[in-house]
Design a protein around this ligand. Structure first.
Ligand code: ACM
Ligand code: ZN
Length: 502
């Protein structure tokens, strides 16, 4: 191997004379300043046939030195030097050291079968602070093992946010002590599409969630939970029909789409529910951010409901849509009181004539870039995940009936070309762009093997869009690095799409 094939492409790479030999079993990790981080050696050892051992003495041959260097600016930045008989990573923090180690891990994994990697100096840091991946665990339920595998793979690509979509019409996956029906009833649905119909679903226990949060934390990945309110609420209503406008009956949906029944905006009991949900959430998730959903709320029930109409009158509202911004405002404050920051899908920008959005609400722009443009113009921080620009990985990777996925097509090239800062943004707006993410909605992704196929390698392309400086990006360079990266993914037992890039 005479080239370095890291994805995402580092900020700066200069290849030097000579090679480091990594094919034998004698590489050691020396990390006195990062003593507690067993991952540096252990994780690499478990995925690599080459033995990595943590050692106390620095003077071992074939070693990786992990050195704390306050001169490296930026918590996630690192410098990496590969020389003929040593590898040195310098970082000022554990995050930076972790990212440096992931780059080494990639180099060694991709070097499978080869014994040499070129000497190189890499100086690396992320372009954006928010580099995420969302998984919908409502439409289909995924095991703790798969979620951990995904988080590990995401962190290998320098992603640092796992956005966990925990609730939707087709299943509620989060335990809430004061509302046991959410998981006893809301987590299960009758499969109505086959005559032998069975009940499917599940939820994550408190222990499962703590295990995933801890696993992610070791990898410097923040787990951001999402509870989708006040729409996409069939699973809530199936368990607590009194919280809907009509009183039901309701069932946990096994169809996909957008449903008329949402939480009743005229019923004060919805706030008791929100309190209980947030109390449970903040116990389980240390994340600064909590996603409150807010997408695709239908207003027909509110329009017809006497309680909702009375609420509109009491608040002097002109349209039922304005009830949503009233609810959003409450959700933001309830999280703020718990020391957390709310994120909402871009529909939260609508119907805000009477209740302007609280300034600390972060807007996630998904229907296109417009939500991000509007929100940043209004001074909100934004996260870009436009389905029109390569971020929806449930779309087919190729325009072909043989391919899994649904709704639209999203090629690797489209994901690669995702640009979190649209050209129309002013410098002030650009400063409000936290970053971006890819999303995997799981309506038609009923097994984790298929999820992997949808995610890889498009997740790798998105990772580069979020990490690499804009002037270092290019689809030709990505395409040249991809074959070696596919070897790495194969070694990690990742099912991947192998068709054309566009
Ligand atoms: C969404 O795709 N409904 C956020
Ligand atoms: Zn109502």
């Amino acid at each position: 191997m005479n080239c370095i094939h890291i994805i995402p492409q580092p900020a700066s790479v200069s290849v030097n004379e000579g090679f480091y030999t990594c094919g034998d079993s004698s590489t050691r990790v020396w990390q006195p300043e990062f003593e507690g981080d067993s991952l540096f050696s252990a994780e690499i050892r478990t995925v690599n046939t080459q033995a990595f051992l943590s050692v106390k003495e620095p003077e071992t041959t074939q070693k990786i030195h992990c050195l704390q260097d306050p001169a490296i600016e930026g918590t996630e930045a690192y410098d990496l030097d590969i020389e003929t008989n040593a590898i040195t990573i310098r970082a000022s923090s554990r995050e930076g050291m972790y990212h440096g180690m992931q780059s080494v891990r990639q180099i060694f994994l991709a070097a499978a079968g080869s014994t040499e990697v070129p000497c190189v100096h890499i100086s690396d840091r992320p372009r954006f602070a928010w580099r995420g991946c969302m998984l919908d665990t409502s439409r289909h339920f995924y095991s703790v093992a798969f979620i951990k595998k995904l988080i590990d793979l995401a962190s290998l690509h320098h992603l640092n946010v796992f956005h966990w979509h925990l609730t939707d019409d087709q299943g509620w996956r989060l335990p809430v002590d004061r509302y046991p029906g959410l998981t006893e009833i809301g987590a299960l649905r009758d499969e109505r599409r086959s005559s032998w119909g069975k009940t499917i679903g599940g939820f994550y226990s408190n222990e499962d969630i703590r295990e995933i949060v801890a696993f992610a934390g070791e990898r410097h990945v923040q787990v951001v939970p999402e509870v989708d309110l006040p729409g996409h609420a069939s699973a809530i209503l199936a368990a607590y029909p009194e919280l809907g406008c009509t009183g039901g009956p309701y069932h946990v949906e096994d169809r996909f789409g957008i449903f008329e029944d949402v939480l009743c905006a005229g019923n004060n009991d919805i706030f008791t529910l929100f309190d209980a949900i947030f109390d449970s959430l903040v116990e389980l998730f240390p994340s600064q951010y909590v996603h409150i959903g807010g997408d695709e709320v239908k207003f027909s029930r509110w329009e017809a409901c006497p309680k909702c109409r009375a609420r509109m009158q009491e608040l002097s509202l002109d349209a039922p849509q304005q009830l949503q911004s009233w609810i959003t405002g409450h959700l933001v404050v309830m999280l703020r009181e718990r020391g957390r920051t709310a994120i909402g899908w871009d529909e939260v920008l609508e119907g805000t004539e009477k209740f302007p959005l609280p300034q600390d609400l972060i807007v996630m722009s998904w229907r296109g870039r417009e939500g991000g443009l509007e929100a940043s113009a209004k001074g909100h921080r934004v996260i870009m995940t436009p389905m029109t620009d390569g971020c929806y990985l449930n779309f087919k990777p190729l325009d072909n009936d043989e391919e899994p996925g649904h709704l639209e097509v999203c090629t690797i090239k489209q994901s690669y070309n995702m640009e979190p800062v649209p050209a129309e943004m002013s410098p002030e707006q650009e400063a409000l762009v936290l970053g971006g993410q890819c999303n995997l909605w799981s309506e038609v992704i009923y097994a984790s093997r298929i999820a992997e196929y949808m995610l890889f390698p498009r997740l790798c392309a998105i990772a580069e869009a979020l990490w690499t400086p804009k002037d270092q990006r290019g689809i030709a360079s990505f395409a040249a690095r991809l074959p070696a990266h596919r070897v790495l993914l194969d070694r990690l037992d990742v099912c991947q799409y192998r068709g054309p890039l566009e």
